[in-house]
Ligand binder design. Structure first.
Ligand SMILES: [Zn+2]
Ligand SMILES: [Zn+2]
Length: 458
């Protein structure tokens, strides 16, 4: 199965029909381009947040065998942004395809840390691309187009071949106040509308959420309110990759006269990476965790990982009084600046119950009057706006379960996108010479880490 010079193909091996482990391929003229290479974290904890004996695997990723068999035809791998569902499988899979990697500065910094840990840093050629730059990668011309999301440096791609143009959005929202990084610019997308885009391959995560997503900047008010109300220590838990949220909390610490502490390796890593590429301009006098227990309680504000009830994270250990440096007490407050990722309901519920049993006040999006979390994905009105600007001839919904893909396709149709192709991992989408889908063209599967070895799962 090889595309010829009149073909332009899209082939997702992961992330279409599910949320997580994105792995996409584009094919033209005997060559392939990979976009993203991510993982999924399986919920494998029981009601107490303890790992379940014999659970399949902690980390899963798409089986790349199709492209491994053709690795001499692979021109490169592009990583759109540094979320784990887009970058996380690179250290595990790269040896199998050994191609150059193209990405932007912040994502490259996160990748560098991962490759160093995996002992691959000297082997992998990483090309750092500027925002809005174009690169010829084999037979594919690729332009990086800036968007906003819940991590710095999120990019969409305009992928051009002589037979077609694809706008691959990756993950995005329209945020006029992203806190870190630049706001979106409508003209970047309306300009695409004049180019004649054949296909828009688009994020479907929140395609059935009405309205617009919340701006990152608007969370300041709600989070500050809860910190001001608190009498004891405050712990804010959020996703470890969300540097903008950390920036907001750092500002609040400064303004409320509290000492800021960071608990959790991923938060420290995120902060260090952002600082290294010049994206961090907030305070960074963090309190040494060893000193936290000695400070007056009402002068402490902590940011902790573990909003999903993951067993080995800071918040989980705090809830079990097994965190080395500090113990929560009655009257302290924990704020969940996060949402429940489907599948994690039980461990989160157990975590909250443990905190409440310690008489800690727990604030979540469900009981907060003010907004304390913003999604990084486009709701319905944002999707409509983007389709109106880009005016693609066809929409291919990805990054979602089937209900999300369906909702995205319907939205595209409702704003006049003439064609929509709905498929799943392993389906071959024809972009040129004619549009269509060949169902189950490629056998897909999953790999998982079982006792630290990559094993085929199914
Ligand atoms: Zn993302
Ligand atoms: Zn994603």
């Amino acid at each position: 199965m090889t595309p010829d010079e009149s073909d332009f193909w899209f082939l997702p091996l992961g992330g279409t029909g599910e949320i997580g482990m994105n792995l996409n391929l584009y094919g033209h003229d005997g060559r392939w381009l990979m976009v993203d290479c991510g993982v999924t974290f399986e919920a494998k904890t029981d009601i107490d947040g303890e790992p379940i004996e014999g659970a399949r695997a902690e980390v899963q990723m798409a089986d790349p065998q199709f492209i491994v068999d053709r690795r001499e035809q692979l021109d490169g791998l592009i990583i759109t942004h540094a979320h784990e569902d887009h970058i996380g499988a690179v250290p595990y899979l790269w040896e199998r395809f050994r191609c150059p990697i193209y990405t932007t500065a912040y994502t490259a910094e996160i990748l560098r840390r991962k490759l160093a840990e995996a002992g691959l840093i000297k082997k992998v050629k990483v090309h750092i691309v500027e925002a809005h730059a174009s690169r010829q990668i084999g037979v594919f011309n690729v332009q990086w187009i800036q968007l906003t999301h819940s991590i710095p440096d999120p990019f969409a791609l305009l992928i051009t071949t002589p037979v077609g143009k694809v706008f691959h959005t990756a993950d995005w929202k329209l945020d006029s106040g992203p806190v870190v990084g630049e706001a979106y610019r409508e003209e970047d997308y309306s300009r695409l509308g004049e180019l004649g885009i054949d296909v828009m391959v688009c994020d479907s995560t929140n395609a059935n959420v009405p309205g617009w997503s919340t701006s990152e900047a608007s969370l300041y008010k709600g989070l500050k309110h809860h910190v001001e109300q608190a009498k004891g220590r405050v712990v804010i838990t959020c996703f470890g990759s969300n540097i903008a949220r950390l920036r907001t909390v750092a500002d609040i610490a400064k303004e409320t006269g509290r000492h800021l502490g960071l608990l959790g390796r991923s938060l420290l890593n995120t902060h260090a990476a952002a600082k290294r590429v010049g994206l961090w301009n907030g305070i960074d006098t963090f309190v040494d965790p060893h000193h936290l227990g000695f400070l007056p309680r009402d002068t402490v504000l902590l940011v902790a990982t573990g909003s999903q009830g993951e067993p080995r994270t800071a918040l989980n250990r705090l809830s079990q009084n097994s965190f080395r440096d500090i113990e929560l007490e009655a009257g302290d407050t924990v704020i969940f600046s996060s949402k429940v990722i489907p599948g994690n309901e039980l461990p989160i519920e157990a975590l909250i119950e443990r905190l409440k049993a310690m008489n800690v006040d727990v604030i979540t999006v469900d009981n907060s009057r003010l907004e304390i979390h913003a999604s990084g994905h486009p709701a319905m009105e944002e999707l409509k706006a983007m389709y109106r600007w880009v005016k693609p001839a066809c929409a291919i919904p990805v990054h979602g379960e089937f209900q999300h893909l369906r909702a995205n396709a319907r939205l595209a149709k409702s704003v006049g996108v003439p064609e929509q192709l709905e498929g799943k991992n392993g389906d071959l989408y024809y972009i040129a010479p004619v549009k269509g889908i060949r169902r189950d063209a490629v056998k897909t599967g999953r790999l998982g880490l079982v006792q630290n070895k990559l094993k085929k799962l199914f």
